[in-house]
Design a protein around this ligand. Sequence first.
Ligand code: FPP
Length: 244
Amino acid sequence: MDTLKPERLPVHLAVIMDGNGRWAKKRMLRRIVGHRKGVETVRVIVEECSRLGIKYLTLFAFSAENWLRPKTEVKALMALLKKYVRMEVARMMQNNIRFNVIGNRADLPDDINAEIEAAIAKTAGNTGMLLTLALSYGGRQEIVMAARKMALEAVAGRLAPEQIDERLFTASLYTADIPDPDLLIRSSGEMRISNFLLWQLAYAELYFTDVDWPDFDRNELARAFRDYQSRERRFGMTSDQLRK
Ligand code: FPP
């Protein structure tokens, strides 16, 4: 088995953590048990990515469409989230991890926003991996948000239409200071992007695994990284051009 080449690891890993509910169902357990187990997996993968020197890790923890779920599940997920953010700050400090959130924070309960603010402030000085949770996040909503921002600047006469280019668009997104993901991992067998980082994933490598998120571990992560390292990323160019 090929060993992982540290110099060829993704700078930015994005993850759609799917399959908590199905994992629980297969075991005749309530969905919330799957989410709880899913949080344990988050801990393991965050620590492992930090240990491997991944610079940016972005986790799809709650989508804009997840609000449509049964109220009891939304409430339970929010409670898990609050506990996670509060409990993990100490571990983030130990691992020199900086915490960040993208998404429409106005949708989140005040007490969760307060925990998030505290965690962001506490870890702001850390210089290791940037851990970003996507919360109440939707790629289309983010693009509309960016377009509105630029339109307001244009209406105020501070921006001419011809100044709107990819660079300005990228700078208008939640992820303005984060490089595009190199690799997207989705667990649990579904092969779709589910409105995640639509602009940013333009040239990301996609890796789908049948393993449910609660069962995703260091070995599965290493398997994904080995697959990623075996790929040739051409960004629209030819292989010959890459070799020059
Ligand atoms: C999808 O599984 C997963 C989510 C809705 C979000 C992921 C949430 C967690 C891992 C727990 C909370 C996260 C943090 C960071 C505290 P699903 O419920 O859609 O599973 P299914 O597709 O099998 O129904």
